[in-house]
Design a protein around this ligand. Structure first.
Ligand code: MSP
Length: 513
């Protein structure tokens, strides 16, 4: 019995549903690398959980109300809804271009969302958490955020240099201060609620410094969902937007899918953590809905070391990058380059390096070289070698431990570490080829040659399986080249008795300088 066969590869344990969400993207501008990053990361989590047998609902969409969008529509001389229709479509197109497997795409201008937001408002009102007053203070239109006086710099700028507006307007308020202690108690009881931990600590300190009641309506412009019973106000865009996570699972109807909500994961950028971990959780506590299970805050990309901003003219268009370097190359780079949760720097030279070193030299060459050698000596149909010597018993162990650490990393949101494990196996396979020298074995020991090739084919099947959430197109190509199609962890547990090799092709082209 070959070592590959006596150590059955086990997948993830089954059960549980997962609800994975991206932030909904503002439609005031075209998509950029930050949007692509969150969507791809969520896509990987969704695909990973699906392939492990879980029911997954993966949601993305667009955030279309508020002053910022209204201003943009005006600038483009369009009626706000017309403008939103046009811009929302560019985000929908991006999901196609990036091969995002979302199950739904929500727009905050849809009736199902309006009903849900109205319901949320009424519940908060009935529970005594809303009162009317006047907001007098600063507003950051770019972030759609009310800015406390102690965060205003140079008489009218945000800490990151954005021009603020001073407002004095009639407003409804949410009793955020009332929820300070229950929120801290909730955090205490859920030590892994916000990840990474360093970000959670920042949130906890912010809450401990004291929560003030929050303005939740605007009355100086019109583009939003009217406050039920008072259409001189529109609901604050963040209360509107955050509710999308519930609208999409039926909150506005008679109930919502509680099984999905039980395991709900919001993946967001670190800049919008306060809205999610503080405001959203308090809205939910106040309305009697359990908070989500996890909020993961990822880091920010810079461009060649510089903060990305429209005014600096250094925004990165994900579609241009995909056109130039290929989709799976981009998906791989963006998730491999920086640990998920840390900030990262985007540069085309780093992207080229990863494509050439990891994808072309390590992975692509390995597969091509081995498959060519295999077909040259064994033909296209290769039965698994059941008898062989014990020269490399650690090969199967290596595959098994790779899958274990891969699964562990994925469950901990250590996405780049998971990829690192796969590429460690790729390197190991390359060394295995160098050590066993199958081209010599083909002449000296046919049996041994069959064993080496079978082991390598098994590892390719495993590598393609693990890469499939990250590089779905590449994984499919590998599967079809070796005639194995593993769609789920269950399939992986079945031995592949026969590999049928066909259409050996170059997986990645080297990028010349
Ligand atoms: N509409 C709100 C979210 C509402 S969710 C209920 C919003 N939209 S956004 O379009 O401005 O930002 C969407 C996401 O992109 C945020 O998670 C933000 O962190 C992320 N990014 C924006 N620029 C980024 C980088 N330079 N790098 C990484 N992500 C960044 O906020």
């Amino acid at each position: 019995m070959a070592p590959g066969k006596d150590q059955a590869i086990k997948g993830e344990e089954m059960s549980a549903d997962f609800y994975i969400t991206t932030p909904i993207y503002y439609v005031n501008d075209k998509p950029h690398i930050g949007h692509a990053y969150t969507s791809i990361a969520c896509d990987v989590l969704a695909r990973f959980n699906r392939m492990n047998g879980h029911r997954v609902m993966f949601l993305t969409g667009t955030d279309e109300h508020g002053q910022k969008v209204e201003n943009s529509a005006k600038k483009h001389d369009l009626d706000p809804l017309q403008y939103c229709d046009k811009m929302s479509q560019t985000f929908r197109d991006l999901t196609e271009i990036l091969n995002i497997s979302n199950d739904d795409f929500i727009r905050t201008t849809e009736p199902r969302h309006k009903t849900a937001v109205e319901k949320m408002w009424r519940t908060l009102l009935e529970n005594g958490d809303i009162y009317k007053g006047t907001y007098k203070g600063w507003y950051n239109v770019s972030d759609e955020a009310f800015v406390p006086d102690n965060e205003v710099i140079d008489g009218g700028f945000s800490k990151d240099g954005k021009k603020l507006e001073f407002c004095e307007e009639s407003s409804y308020f949410f009793r955020l201060s009332k929820w300070e202690q229950p929120l801290l108690a909730f955090f205490e009881a859920h030590p892994e609620f916000v990840r990474p931990r360093s970000k959670f600590n920042e949130v906890i300190s912010f809450v401990k410094s004291g929560l003030k009641d929050l303005s939740i309506s605007r009355s100086s412009f019109k583009w939003g969902i009217p406050v039920p019973g008072d259409d001189s106000h529109v609901i604050y865009v963040w209360l509107d937007a955050l509710t999308n996570y519930l609208s999409a699972i039926g909150y506005g109807d008679n109930g919502y899918d509680r099984e999905l909500w039980e395991n709900s994961i919001h993946v967001i950028g670190k800049d919008i953590l306060r809205f999610h971990a503080v405001y959203w959780v308090c809205f939910l506590l106040a309305s009697g809905v359990k908070p989500p299970s996890t909020i993961f805050a990822h880091g920010w990309w810079t461009n060649n070391g510089q903060k990305i901003s429209k005014s600096l003219g250094n925004t990165i268009d994900p579609i241009e990058i995909v056109d130039k370097y290929g989709l799976d190359q981009f998906r791989y780079f963006i998730l491999r380059e920086v640990p998920f949760g840390s900030d990262g720097d985007f540069s085309e030279s780093a992207l080229k390096r990863r494509i050439n070193a990891d994808l072309c030299n390590d992975l692509g060459n390995l597969i091509q070289r081995v498959l060519k050698l295999a077909t040259k000596n064994l033909g296209t149909d290769i039965r698994y070698a059941t008898e062989c010597s014990e020269i490399h018993p650690e090969f199967a162990t290596k595959c098994k431990t790779m899958l274990e650490s891969f699964n562990k990393s994925m469950k901990e949101f250590a996405i780049s570490k998971a990829l690192e494990s796969v590429f460690e196996l790729v390197s190991y396979c390359n060394q295995f080829v160098e050590i066993t020298k199958p081209w010599s074995l083909a002449k000296s020991s046919h049996k041994e040659f069959e064993y080496v090739i079978s082991s390598l084919l098994d590892s390719f099947r495993l590598i393609a399986f693990c890469l499939s959430p990250f590089m779905p197109g590449t994984a499919d190509k590998i599967f079809s080249m070796i005639g194995a199609h593993v769609k789920s962890a269950n399939d992986l547990q079945e031995n592949q008795e026969l590999y049928r090799i066909s259409n050996i092709e170059i997986l990645f082209n080297k990028i010349e300088d």
